[in-house]
Design a protein around this ligand. Sequence first.
Ligand SMILES: Nc1ncnc2c1ncn2[C@@H]1O[C@H](COP(=O)(O)OP(=O)(O)OP(=O)(O)O)[C@@H](O)[C@H]1O
Length: 278
Amino acid sequence: MTLIDAVGTPAGPAGTTPVVSVRGVRKAFGRGEGAVFALDRVSLDVAPGEFVALLGASGCGKSTLLSLIAGLDRPTAGEVAVAGDGAALMPQEGGLFPWLTAGRNVELALRLRGVSRSDRRTEAERLLSLVRLDGAYDKRPHELSGGMRQRVALARALAQKRPVLLMDEPFSALDAITRDALHGELIRIWEETGVAIVFVTHNVREAVRLGQRVVLLSSRPGRVIREWQVDIAQPRRIEAPDVSALAGEITERLSTEIRRHATAEAAAEQKGSIDVRQ
Ligand SMILES: Nc1ncnc2c1ncn2[C@@H]1O[C@H](COP(=O)(O)OP(=O)(O)OP(=O)(O)O)[C@@H](O)[C@H]1O
C-alpha cells in the first residue's frame, strides 16, 4: 500500500485529492486450480470527509477490500493508496481487549499514536464522551452492552486520528433500536470529526441511512457495478419514504446481481460436469 502525499495525486470524485485511491485491484487467495478470486478490477476513490457505504452480497469481497485499504494485506494486482498515515479499522466485533477497561482500550491506541502518558487519560475520557460513554472509563467490556462495546471500539478507532475510518459491519450484531441510535451517533461524530468513512454492510437500508454515496459490489469476484449519490438530508430516518424508495431501487439491483451470479455458477457447474463426462 502507498501513502498519498499532497503532490501529484489523481483528483477525487469532487475534484479534490482522494484520501483513498483504489486502482484496478484484484485479489486472489491461493494459486492455481484452488485459487479463490475475491476482487476483480476494483477502482474506487474516497474524498476527504466523505461517507461511503460499501454494499454487496455475502462473500463478495467487502472485508477483503477493507483489509487492503487498511494495509493488512496486499493486492494481487493494482494499487491501493491512502492519505497521511493510513486508515483506522474498526472490526466487525469491535476487537476490544477483554482484560482492559474501556478507558485503557482507548489509551492503548493513544499510546501507539505517541500521545504522552500524562495526556492519555484526559484524551481517552474526551473520546469516550464523544461516543456518549461518560463514566464508562473503568468498565470492562463484559460489563457493557453490545452497543456500548461498539461505542468503545469506535472511540478506540478515532483515537488513532487517521483521515480515514474503515468500519466492517459494526452494527450487524445489534438489535434494531440500538442500531438506530448508533446510526444517529455515527453521523453526528462523522460531522464533528470530518473523518472520511468507508462503511461495509449488506443491509441496504443501513447503507442509504448513512452513506453520501452507496457503492454496490458484484458477487464474487467483487467489482464495482453501480454507485448512487444519496441526496437526502441528514438526519435521515431509516423508515422515511425517500430512504425506503432508494433502498428499494438498490435492493432490486442487488437481487438481479445475486440471481445473475447463481445462474452463472449453475452454468459453470453444469459445464464442469459435462467436461468430466467427455
Ligand atoms: N484468507 C483467505 N483465504 C482464502 N479465502 C479467503 C480469505 N479471506 C477471504 N477469502 C474468501 O474471499 C471471498 C471474499 O471474502 P470476504 O470476507 O472479503 O467477503 P465479504 O463480502 O466481506 O463477506 P461477508 O459479507 O459474508 O462478511 C470469500 O469467498 C472468502 O471465503
